[in-house]
Design a protein around this ligand. Sequence first.
Ligand code: NAP
Ligand code: GLV
Length: 314
Amino acid sequence: MAFLFVLPTWPADVWKTAMTKVAPDLDVRIWPDMGQVEDIDYAAAWLPPSGVLKGLPNLKVIYSLGAGVDAILKDPTLPEGIPIVRVNDDDLTKRMTEYVVLHVLMHHRQQQRIDANQARRIWDSFPTHAASALSVGIMGLGVMGQDSALRLRDLGFRVAGWSRSRKAIEGVECLAGVGEFDQFLAHTDVLVSLLPATAETDGIINRTNIQKLSRKGPFGAPIVINAGRGRQQVDADILTCLNNGELYAATLDVFAVEPLPADSALWAHPRVTITPHTAADSNPEVICAYVHAQIKRHQVGQPLVNLVDRARGY
Ligand code: NAP
Ligand code: GLV
């Protein structure tokens, strides 16, 4: 039995070292040095080159090394019928929660204005407001969205969430489905996306939807934070809305093209904060321990958990 990493854009040797530390007896291989492909029962992949996974005749499970699985599902030759397991791990979730809380607070406490003032030695004690003055709306109330919602609620923000199926979270207004989307947007001063990349969520952060967001918040215009996937935001619409006052500010961790090209106007916009897809980094040792635990479950016939529904796309 062998385990294969297919990570053309990641430092695969770092992942092999981590897996070997977690599971010293496991035969760990790195694509393209696959050895006898018949030996490979399990593979972990991120942006696998077309045909690689299909070429493994005894493959039993495919692992994503992150919460999102778009990087695997985009393989047009992905073998059918092989279960795909994604990451649902407290370490990853807490990293995302830190990011969401950090950026909601950064906007709420107007830290960019304070930094700009300090750079010019200006003592400007402008009025501030309570957390309860701001409504945060989280698109995607899954593992990550729910944890962020709870922490923001505990800080005193008014929190709403939107998902496909309805949730029940104490102190969080839970809306669901296309029919309640406009109502969700109308309540939202700070829009956070923790959605997966699917055909339904592509381009969801567009000018039409930005125009539906609340303007009753303390800044007079809404704020967008996208840590879901870059395909969800229409960069040109975000810039238009920032420049015409329909949007107050944006924090963007993910982009349709990564790395974000140097000539993107987003880089230089004074009210855009850019982070390089690091909202919730996959820690190799933590994630390898998670994957190895799932391999052991599979080997003794226990059901796999955190399975991806290919038809839904997440
Ligand atoms: P998850 O548990 O699968 O949650 C996804 C949520 O999105 C669910 O609540 C789901 O609704 C909702 N959803 C999906 N499609 C929808 C639609 N069309 N309309 C309304 N709601 C929809 O995933 P997760 O673990 O929270 O991760 C969420 C995403 O975060 C990942 O897919 C990934 O793209 C992103 N992520 C980014 C980073 C980063 O570093 N930037 C790191 C990790 C993850 P239901 O609950 O009804 O199914
Ligand atoms: C990272 O983007 C992930 O999906 O975990």
